[in-house]
Design a protein around this ligand. Structure first.
Ligand SMILES: [Zn+2]
Length: 413
C-alpha cells in the first residue's frame, strides 16, 4: 500500500480541514486523500474498504482474499467526517443525514477501467461507519439463484428467508449442501440494516459484515451459550449451525418466538421427519407450531457430464416411465453421460441440489398442534409441498440435468 502517500496526504488534509479552505493551488487534499484510499484498495485487489470511526481515529481496513487486513491505516478522527462526506457525495448519498443507514453507488476510473462501487453507511456510536464494496472484485458467494431450486421453490425459499421471525430448518445428511444453502441465504440478507450472527462448528467461510461465532463445547462455548450471546448482541437473524439436542432445539424455538429469524440444520431424511425430530427432542408442539416457518430437505445429485451427454427415448412401458410418474410424456427423451475422459468414465461432472420445500401452512400448524401423528402431518405436508425430493429429482432428470439412477442413489443409497 502506498501507506506513506496516504499518510502524507492525510497530514495535508488535516491542515486543510483546520484552515477551512483548499491549498493555495486550489487542489483539495481531502479529495486527493480519498482517491489515494480508493487507488490503494484497487491496487491491492481488495473487495471491500471499511472506514471505521473509533475513539480518536478513523481506521481503514481492506478486505483482500476474503480477509480484513491485519495492518490497518489509521487516520486522525477529524478527517472522518470529511472523508465520509466526500465518499457520500461521490456515491450520491445525502450528506445532511447522519442518523440513518444509507446506500449509494459510485463509478471510479482506475487504470483505464471504470469500476462500480457500492457504498453503505451506517451510524454507529463514534460517528458513521462506511463500507465500500468494489463490485467487479467482490468475491462471489453462491447466490440463491445458483442453488438449483426450481423457480417455484426459489420464490418460496426467498420468501421464507426474508421473514423477520420464525424458525427455518434445512435438513439432510452430511454433505448434502445444507451449509452452502444457508450461506447463500445469509449472503442474500447481508446488509448494514441487519445484524446477522452465525453460530458455527466450525466457521466454514467468512462472510463480510456478519458476526460469526465458533462454538467450542469443550470450553463451554456451546450452541446454547452462543444463542444467549446472540440475544445480548441484538442479533436479528441467527444462523445456528445445527440442532443436535433438546436444549438447543427448545431455546432456538423460544428465540424464534421473540422477534428473531433463526435458520438451522438437522440430520433428518425429509421435511416431515425434521418436525417429528423436534418434538421427540422435547420441543412443545404448541411452540413449534407457533414458530416454524418452513422446512427444506436437500440432497446433492451429480450433473450429467456435458462432454459425453447423449439423449435417449423413454419407452412407455419402461421402468423410467414408471419412475417419472406424472412427469412422463409420450415421446420424451432423457439424458445420460456415455462416459469420457473428462468425467473419468462416470458420465457425471459437477453437482446440483434437489429439494423439498415445505412452507408451514395453517394445515401443517394444525397437524403439529393437534395430531402429532406422522401420517396426518405427512398428508398435510403433501397438500402444501410443491414437490418431494423424489419428485424434484425426477423433474431435474426429465429436464436432462441428471439421471433417474442418480436421484435414486442420492435418496435411497
Ligand atoms: Zn463425460
Amino acid at each position: 500500500m502506498e501507506q506513506e502517500a496516504v499518510q502524507r496526504l492525510a497530514a495535508e488534509a488535516v491542515r486543510e480541514v483546520r484552515r477551512g479552505t483548499p491549498s493555495e493551488d486550489g487542489r483539495s487534499s481531502v479529495l486527493m486523500l480519498v482517491n489515494a484510499i480508493l487507488d490503494t484498495a484497487l491496487a491491492e485487489e481488495a473487495t471491500d474498504i471499511h472506514l471505521e470511526p473509533m475513539a480518536g481515529r478513523l481506521r481503514i481496513r481492506l478486505r483482500v482474499d476474503g480477509l480484513l487486513r491485519v495492518r490497518p491505516v489509521v487516520l486522525p478522527a477529524e478527517l472522518a467526517p470529511v472523508i465520509i462526506a466526500r465518499l457520500k457525495v461521490m456515491a450520491g448519498i445525502d450528506t445532511s443525514r447522519r442518523n440513518r443507514p444509507q446506500d449509494g453507488q459510485l463509478r471510479y476510473v482506475y487504470g483505464g477501467r471504470t469500476i462500480d462501487m457500492r457504498v453503505a453507511v451506517l451510524p454507529v456510536v463514534d460517528g458513521e461507519r462506511m463500507v465500500v464494496r468494489i463490485m467487479d472484485a467482490a468475491e462471489r458467494f453462491l447466490g440463491c439463484a445458483e442453488l438449483g431450486f426450481t423457480q417455484e421453490n426459489q420464490e418460496i425459499f426467498e420468501r421464507l428467508i426474508r421473514r423477520p421471525t420464525g424458525l427455518l430448518l434445512l435438513c439432510g445428511p452430511m454433505n448434502s449442501g445444507k451449509t452452502t444453502t444457508l450461506y447463500a441465504a445469509i449472503s442474500a440478507l447481508n446488509d448494514p440494516n441487519c445484524h446477522i450472527m452465525t453460530l458455527e462448528d466450525p466457521v466454514e467461510r467468512r462472510i463480510e459484515g456478519v458476526s460469526q461465532f465458533e462454538v467450542h463445547p469443550e470450553a463451554g462455548l456451546t450452541f446454547v451459550a452462543g444463542l444467549r450471546a446472540a440475544l445480548r448482541q441484538d442479533a436479528q437473524k441467527i444462523l445456528l449451525g445445527e440442532i443436535r439436542d433438546g436444549e438447543t432445539a427448545e431455546m432456538a424455538v423460544r428465540i424464534a418466538l421473540t422477534g428473531h429469524a433463526l435458520f438451522s440444520t438437522m440430520h433428518t431424511e425429509d421435511a416431515v421427519s425434521a418436525v417429528f425430530r423436534m418434538i421427540e427432542m422435547g420441543v412443545p408442539p404448541y411452540l413449534l407450531a407457533a414458530t416454524l416457518s418452513g422446512v427444506i430437505a436437500q440432497r446433492l445429485v451429480r450433473r450429467i457430464c456435458p462432454h459425453c451427454r447423449e439423449t435417449y427415448p423413454v419407452a412407455p412401458d419402461s421402468r423410467a416411465a414408471v419412475q417419472l410418474g406424472s412427469m412422463y410424456r409420450t415421446g420424451m427423451t432423457l439424458a445420460r453421460g456415455r462416459g469420457c475422459a473428462c468425467c473419468h468414465g462416470s458420465g457425471y461432472r459437477g453437482r446440483m441440489a434437489i429439494h423439498e420445500v415445505l412452507p408451514v401452512s395453517e394445515g401443517i400448524r394444525a397437524a403439529i398442534l393437534t395430531a402429532c401423528d406422522r401420517e396426518a402431518l405427512r398428508r398435510a405436508a403433501e397438500a402444501d409441498c410443491g414437490a418431494t425430493l423424489w419428485q424434484d429429482g425426477m423433474a431435474k432428470a426429465a429436464a436432462g440435468e441428471t439421471t433417474i439412477e442418480e436421484v435414486a442413489r442420492a435418496l435411497y443409497g
